[in-house]
Write a new protein. Structure first.
Length: 115
């Protein structure tokens, strides 16, 4: 006589099933947190990169403006030096003394030589 053996599913203890579910959930949560942390680090790195590029552009504009200002000031300095040289030249001073002040060269008897 042959007896039929029926296959029964293996039953595991309920606590063991809960542990395996908890382990899977913990593993899933850990992956989610690691993914979120990695994404946050990547976003932070991109934002820092963009901020640095903006700073480079801003400093470039400031440098350009400063360079133009320096050029203008150097040109103005050259013009002022030329004007000063013209104003203190003996010919210019003599012309001003004759026209504005009415001065004339001294005559022979007006000059007194001191010992």
């Amino acid at each position: 006589m042959a007896t039929a053996v029926t296959a029964r599913p293996l039953r595991t203890h309920p606590a063991k099933r809960d542990r395996s579910k908890r382990g899977a959930q913990t593993s899933w949560r850990r992956r989610v947190w690691l993914s979120a942390l990695l994404a946050a680090c990547l976003i932070a790195a991109v934002l820092v990169h963009v901020w640095l590029r903006l700073q480079v552009v801003h400093v470039g504009y400031v440098l350009s403006t400063t360079s133009k200002l320096q050029g203008r000031l150097e040109q103005e300095n050259r013009e002022l030096k030329l004007e000063l040289a013209t104003m203190v030249s003996p010919d210019h001073l003599e012309t001003l003394a004759r026209k504005r002040l009415g001065l004339v060269p001294p005559e022979k008897g007006q000059v007194i030589v001191l010992p």
